[in-house]
Ligand binder design. Structure first.
Ligand code: 5AD
Ligand code: SF4
Length: 465
């Protein structure tokens, strides 16, 4: 092998013309999985020469990462596309290009329909093909209207770039890491098994490598994500089959990583290893988002949740027995087809029994292609509204009680970002509440001991203990 270093050629020494940097505006709708995907897409686009912009007016590429979970979420996309069409027209009159792409679950579910309804759209890309985004964009810029909604989740994770270190640093000290995607549960109201495909778990080595990289870039708190995150399973380095509890234990050995969370879980997949993790891992935060949807056995059956209300209550008791400090959050649907007043009362009763620190509640929304869409005994809209109001009043009173109960407690606070006022910073409590405290911004990323002094609806105030 020659060790000679060749003199640079004339071409190499000529001044390099820097191309005008293309700008991407990426708007994210829906769940944390979309937030994660948007970050990965923007990392992939950065490699392709795009810089991110917060201003849609500046953008050469506008990407909407969409959500299909309820009708309202899906319809938002079309109204946004209407606005973008006008902007694109005005831009074309100035001789400037604006590529419009639709990504995410609406893209996956509606594909060609989007192109038909929204003539300004150049590209429709489903969640499993983001790693090929740069190629698709090239085709779109050449004038093709691209629709790419092929499934191959493994491919995506193998080929998407690892999180970029500098960009991760800029995103802050907490990060999401998708470990599982898709769902095989087929709850009868839900589009996810159709939009995100069947359950796929990423291998341990891939997850660990990504976690280490995030921690090297300054991340202190990792939230493992999956539509059904506690269905994650994989082969451990010890050759045995691992479930999420083992994975959490493994990741909790990473030096520098201070906190772990996971979301979203299904009650049927809370196995012994995961419950043990809540007992054994100090880094695993005492917070659990465990949707139940309804407290009526009849409705749970119609929803194909495959457990009874009492199973859920017993499960919560088992987890609280090993982690008494656990704060719970849940998802609820009111007005599922056939839901009677009595069924609804069962849901209120379950909420009273369990006690939630936080929760998300929705009116049932018929989703095309789901078994729920074929059910005839739909609940009238006004009944749904009335039930939702009652349910939310109860959940709100529980949330308020939880907030108030925090006052006077000493907790560990992970400082995340500057506060609104000078001298203030905002951190997260173990139970995910934003906490405002007087401290220096140089302490971002530190975990400090604070005493909670006051509670608002969502956030808390504290002083250094
Ligand atoms: N209608 C209303 N809420 C729904 N969810 C999912 N599908 C529907 C639907 N068709 C809610 C569930 C789920 C959360 C993410 O969204 O509560 O847990
Ligand atoms: Fe949807 Fe049910 Fe799967 Fe959750 S578990 S993603 S609600 S089908």
């Amino acid at each position: 092998m020659s060790t000679e270093i060749a003199a640079p050629s004339a071409a190499e020494t000529a001044p390099v013309q820097t191309p005008v940097q293309k700008k991407v505006f990426l708007k994210t709708y829906g769940c944390q999985m979309n937030v994660y995907d948007s970050d990965r897409m923007s990392d992939a686009l950065a490699k392709d020469g795009y810089i991110s912009t917060d201003s849609v007016e500046d953008a050469d590429l506008v990407l909407l990462n969409t959500c299909h979970i309820r009708e309202k979420a899906a319809e938002k996309v079309y109204s946004e596309l209407g606005r973008l069409r006008d902007m694109k027209k005005a831009r074309a009159a100035d001789g400037r290009e604006m590529v419009i792409g639709v990504a995410g679950c609406v893209a996956q579910a509606e594909g060609a329909e989007i192109i038909r309804r929204s003539p300004a759209v150049d590209l429709v890309v489903g969640p499993q093909t983001y790693h090929r985004l740069p190629q698709f964009l090239e085709r779109a810029r050449a004038g093709e209207r691209v629709i790419e909604t092929e499934y191959a989740i493994e491919d995506k994770f193998e080929h998407l770039p690892m999180p970029d270190k500098a960009r991760t640093r800029a995103r802050g000290v907490t990060a999401f890491l998708t470990v599982q995607e898709g769902c095989d549960k087929f709850c009868t109201f839900c589009v996810v098994p159709y939009t995100r495909g069947s359950e796929v778990s990423r291998p341990v080595s891939q997850i660990e490598a990504e976690a280490r990289r995030l921690v090297e870039a300054g991340v202190r708190e990792l939230t493992l994500l999956g539509q059904n995150v506690n269905a994650w399973h994989g082969l451990g380095p010890d050759g045995t089959e691992w479930t999420l509890g083992h994975l959490l234990a493994h990741l909790s050995d990473i030096e520098g990583l201070a906190r772990l969370r996971y979301t979203t879980s299904h009650p049927r997949d809370m196995d012994d290893a995961l419950i043990a993790a809540h007992r054994d891992l100090p880094k695993l935060m005492p917070y659990l988002h465990l949707p139940v949807q309804s407290g009526s056995d009849r409705i749970l059956k119609a929803m194909n949740r495959r457990h009874k209300a009492a199973d859920y209550v017993a499960l919560i008791a088992r987890i609280r027995a090993v982690q008494p400090d656990l704060a719970l959050s849940g998802d609820f649907i009111v007005g599922f087809p056939g839901e009677t007043d009595e069924d609804f009362e069962d849901t209120l009763r379950l909420i009273e029994t369990v006690g939630y620190a936080q929760s998300y509640s929705f009116k049932y929304s018929t989703r095309p292609g789901t078994p729920g869409a074929d059910l005839t005994d739909q609940v009238p809209e006004d009944v749904k509204s009335e039930r939702l109001e009652r349910l939310q009043a109860l959940l709100f009173s529980q949330q308020t009680a939880f907030q108030r109960a925090c006052v006077g407690r000493e907790i560990d606070l992970l400082i995340e970002k500057p506060g609104r006022l000078p001298g203030q910073v905002v951190g997260r409590s173990p139970w995910l509440q934003p906490v405002i405290v007087d401290a220096k911004t140089s302490q971002i990323g530190d975990i400090i001991r604070v005493r909670i002094t006051a509670a608002g609806t969502n956030s808390l105030h504290a002083e250094v203990a």
